[in-house]
Design a protein around this ligand. Structure first.
Ligand code: BDP
Length: 707
């Protein structure tokens, strides 16, 4: 059990044959090799072999006395006549019926048929042998992942080892792992993948690499996963040798059209491009005083004849913000850059918006841009790779966080306007929309570097398809498929997972102050001092007496005013701002009383103790599963939980000590700075090790670490 099969293990289900009379064959209608319906037939055969230990034949036509029939509506009607049940199917949707002698798995398109096959197998693998029929349609058309892989094989913010796509500057020769990943993605109904870093390398456009893209697309196509790429805006100049990359320069436009046509020749079904422009030093149209829409539309025109889509990121900001001006606020950037462009993007452009106004923090309000853009298609960008959330060395189950944002009612025009219904295109009647999840899988057999982290990828797919899915239900399913049927295993992993985000928030940055991590590069351990005094704009504005960003319209940066009036009013006032966003929207004294009656500083102290205490329980909870989970995964996960337990103490003490030093307000419970039971590593001696002074001081007790 090395994790490589993830939730597609197809482990034998005890006594499966007793509960389910399996049809005698599989019919994959009209399938040609490399088509998703062909894949569905192969997958059904493989899954049934695993679950029932039975080998069924796969045919592409005909039918025996009882069959599992998989195919598109068209193929089904041609073979067996019209059928009313499928009428409501939409693109990528499927109909599954286990009633009667045959099992019918019918997709609106081939991809839908494959999704239906995975659904049937997932039910069987979970021991669900019920007879029923139902239809499932996606909530949104775009359900993509983004992978931040670099051409040299490294991955920006990836924690599962090097790239499965690139090596030494080129697309990898061996693309087997890419095909396996496409299979995983198809099983959670992901239909597109951007395979390279948003900070894109221009050499991806070389002839050799375009050929490589073709090879990757060829192995992903049978799974209905369309490949797309991130572009570097300056490519016409830095790669093509033109004198500019101005989007309104006809030669630049022609260069992109030409390049795009060349790529489509090799990858005729390419999903499209993802573009990060004028952000964190990346080139973009603003360099030439052109608008972001001018930039996006140039690509949109190039991909349009091929049916491609442009995902244009709203994450546009300058990372050299001047902190001395109180009015400067990075959280304002997206709305400021995009609000006047609403309606100016071509129809095949989707503006891809990070869930919060800053950057994948442990707690953020929903981005105000979701309710600002009414005449532009939008999508939400989520991070499956937990960059600011423990980097898979901590367990942080993310579905509850994502659901808070997706369920958030932006109250556009004082009407119900949930983020999930905006990005699906439904609320503002847009033709496109959906989600992008930054996943960053690597060559590690666990894909993400941690077995338990895979629940996040599974949940991402589930919520992209149906944002109303329940966080615990998703987990329960994933656990059954990944670890089997033991109830104790299930209850324990659910308990740990559901407590994990609140625990992490408690010890890493609560009350909306953001994740108090090292901000300059690592984004991993605690470093509250790094939060201010930099140009990145993720500031706490903490001083001896007070803390928090004043984002009110009245006295602050005006960010609260970017929301629709009902929401703006809620955030403008301290009384109506939820405590968990207090310091996001307000600058208050440490002695400010919360709704709980506690002061801000005492809440800080207590929450850090509570969060770290919860992380300690994960170790004993996991220990209680010894013997119930195979040894390989048991040990791997145990190692991570022990690390998290220890690191949560480092978080607790460094954050508490930092604010204790700064505010000089004692902890009512007298814990902060007082650890009589603890033996500090630097007080011990061990041959071959020596002590050294640590900077920043709060990442090690007594300013000292040992090496
Ligand atoms: C930041 C990441 C950086 C990404 C950037 C982005 O630290 O690696 O390039 O977001 O999303 O959070 O463009």
């Amino acid at each position: 059990e090395d994790g490589s099969q993830a939730w597609l293990r197809y482990a034998p289900v005890p006594n499966a044959n007793r509960y389910h009379s399996l049809p005698l064959s599989i019919v994959a209608l009209n399938s040609t090799k490399s088509s998703p319906v062909y894949t569905a037939g192969q997958e059904l055969q493989k899954g049934i072999k695993g679950i029932f230990q039975e080998q069924l034949n796969v045919n592409s036509a005909g039918k025996g006395s009882s069959s599992i029939i998989v195919g598109t509506i068209d193929a089904y009607s041609k073979a067996y006549g019209d059928c009313d049940e499928f009428k409501e199917l939409e693109d990528d949707g499927f109909y599954l019926s286990t009633e009667g002698r045959d099992v019918k798995i019918i997709g609106k398109n081939e991809r839908g048929a494959l999704y239906g096959a995975f659904e049937y197998l997932s039910r069987l693998a979970q021991g669900n042998f019920a007879s029923d029929s139902y239809l499932a349609n996606p909530h949104a058309p775009i359900r993509w992942t983004n992978e931040w892989d670099n051409m040299d094989g490294s991955i920006e913010r990836g924690y599962g080892g090097p790239s499965i796509f690139f090596q030494n500057g080129y697309v990898a020769d061996n693309v087997t792992r890419a095909a396996e990943y496409a299979r995983l993605l198809a099983s959670i109904r992901i239909n597109g993948i951007i395979i390279n870093n948003v900070n894109a390398n221009v050499t991806l456009l070389s002839a050799r690499n375009i050929e490589g893209l073709g090879r990757l697309a060829d192995v992903m196509r049978p799974y209905g996963v369309q490949l797309g790429i991130s572009l570097n805006f300056s490519s016409p100049q830095s790669f093509g040798g033109l004198s500019s990359y101005d989007p309104l320069d006809p030669s630049v436009d022609a260069w992109w059209t030409n390049t795009t046509n060349t790529i489509y020749k090799r990858v005729p079904d390419m999903a499209g491009y993802l573009v990060k422009a004028n952000s964190e030093g990346q080139p973009g149209p603003l360099t030439y005083n052109r608008t972001l829409a001018d930039g996006a539309n140039m690509f949109a025109r190039a991909v349009k004849p091929h049916g491609g889509v442009i995902m244009f990121r709203a994450f546009v900001y300058d990372n050299h913000i001047n902190e001395s001006n109180w009015k400067n606020d990075r959280a304002n950037a997206a709305v400021e850059f995009f609000k006047d462009l609403d309606g100016k993007f071509d129809e095949n452009v989707v503006v891809q918006i990070k869930y919060g106004p800053i950057d994948f923090q442990v707690r953020e309000p929903a981005s105000p841009l979701f309710s600002t853009l009414r005449n532009t298609s939008t999508s939400i960008e989520l991070q499956v790779t937990p960059e600011y959330l423990g980097q898979n060395c901590h367990l942080v189950y993310l579905a509850p966080l994502w659901k808070e944002i997706l369920d958030f009612d932006t109250r556009a025009d004082n009407k119900s306007s949930k983020v999930s219904n905006i990005i699906s295109g439904q609320r503002f009647k847009r033709p496109l929309g959906g989600s992008a999840g930054v996943v960053n899988v690597g060559t590690n057999t666990t894909w993400l570097g941690s077995h338990l982290a895979m629940s996040n990828l599974y949940a991402y797919g589930a919520l992209a398809w149906d944002p109303s899915a329940d966080s615990v239900d998703i987990l329960r399913e994933w656990i059954r498929l990944t670890f089997g049927f033991d109830e104790k295993v299930s209850d324990t992993i659910i308990e740990m997972s559901m407590k994990s985000w609140p625990a992490y928030e408690n010890y890493s940055g609560n009350l909306g102050i953001q994740t108090l991590t090292d901000i300059i590069y690592t984004h991993f351990g605690p470093n509250p001092a790094s939060q201010d005094g930099n140009g990145w704009g993720q500031w706490t504005r903490a001083d001896k007496f007070s803390i928090g960003m004043d984002r009110t319209v009245k006295n602050g940066t005006g960010n609260a005013g970017q929301y629709s009036p009902e929401v703006a009013q809620r955030y403008e006032n301290i009384e109506t701002t939820p405590d968990n966003l207090l310091l996001w929207f307000h600058h208050v004294n440490y002695t400010q009383k919360l709704k709980s009656g506690k002061s801000v500083i005492q809440h800080f102290y207590d929450a850090h103790y509570e969060g770290a205490a919860t992380a300690q329980t994960f170790v004993s909870l996991w220990e209680s599963l010894k013997g119930k989970v195979d040894e390989e995964r048991y040990n791997h996960i145990m190692f991570r939980q022990v690390f998290q337990a220890g690191h949560s103490l480092v978080w607790r003490d460094s954050i508490n000590q930092f604010y204790h030093n700064l505010s000089e307000i004692p902890d009512e419970a007298k814990r902060v700075g007082n650890h009589p039971y603890r033996i500090e590593a630097e007080k011990m001696s061990l041959d071959g090790y020596k002590t050294y002074a640590v900077n920043p001081f709060h990442t090690a007790s007594g300013y000292t670490a040992i090496v």
